[in-house]
Design a protein around this ligand. Structure first.
Ligand SMILES: C[S@@+](CC[C@H](N)C(=O)[O-])C[C@H]1O[C@@H](n2cnc3c(N)ncnc32)[C@H](O)[C@@H]1O
Length: 232
């Protein structure tokens, strides 16, 4: 079971809409993020959130586990949020990988939905670090970066993931040159794209191979894609 404290549970409910009931989503839309996170959330936090969380992220891994490299050293997660998927990846790769986790480090008050070039942020990178450490990722293997600051990464990354973040809420192009700099021709990419924004033809300018591996047809539909052979 994944260990989460109260603060993380609150953040997770902000990051993962699917953990909210319909009524809770309605309240969030109606009263705004500030009231929702500071007041309402205390009344209806689900007691079994740990279980839901574990199931949720196990289901996520199922969608791409056939596309994971057999072995690797370095994983990058863009828009990692609390980074829970990395706990699963750490288990799969037997505690070996280094994790390079990128996100903003603040919670915007206004709720935005969908896709925009400067998407909102709702994360606390200290929480991310604590959760991963509490859940058996070696402290020295956790490398956290605030994307609002200058980022320097000298390592080459084997697997880049971004769930419901890059390509889904803001354009992949925001990170393209950065990704080129820390990738090799063997780097694999698994990330979600907003189905309305995704254009296979223009993505072919960036990668040799692209495959849609999973789809969600919700109000904000997504395609999860696997890419390899980034073009430099
Ligand atoms: C829907 S949450 C997904 C979080 C996590 N990947 C998951 O699967 O639970 C979107 C995340 O993207 C982050 N984000 C927003 N704009 C970003 C940007 N320009 N660069 C990196 N992360 C960003 C948010 O702070 C938030 O943590």
């Amino acid at each position: 079971m994944i260990k989460l404290n109260q603060k993380s549970k609150k953040l997770l409910l902000l990051q993962r809409n699917e953990l909210l009931t319909q009524k809770q989503s309605w309240l969030r839309k109606k009263f705004g993020r500030l009231l929702f996170t500071n007041i309402f959330i205390h009344f209806f936090q689900k007691k079994n959130l740990e279980l839901i969380t574990e199931e949720l992220f196990l289901r996520e891994v199922e969608t791409f586990k056939n596309f994971l490299p057999v072995s690797l050293k370095n994983i990058m997660d863009i828009g990692c949020g609390l980074g829970i998927i990395n706990i699963n990846l750490n288990k799969i790769y037997k505690n070996e990988p280094h994790f390079f986790l990128l996100d903003k480090n603040k919670i915007d008050k206004k709720i935005k939905y969908g896709f925009s070039s400067n998407y909102e942020s709702y994360n606390d990178l200290n929480e991310t670090r604590n959760i991963l450490f509490e859940n058996n990722i070696k402290y020295s293997h956790i490398h956290i970066f605030d994307v609002d600051k200058k980022i320097e990464i000298n390592n080459k990354i084997d697997l880049v993931i971004s769930l419901k973040s890059m390509g889904y809420h803001y354009p992949l192009e925001n990170y393209l040159n950065f990704l080129r700099a820390c990738s090799t021709s063997r780097t694999k990419f698994i990330f979600d794209v907003n189905s309305d924004y995704f254009d296979n033809k223009s993505f072919m300018n960036y990668f040799e191979n692209i495959k849609v591996i999973y789809e969600e047809k919700t109000i904000h539909p997504l395609k999860r894609i696997y890419c390899e052979g980034i073009k430099f």
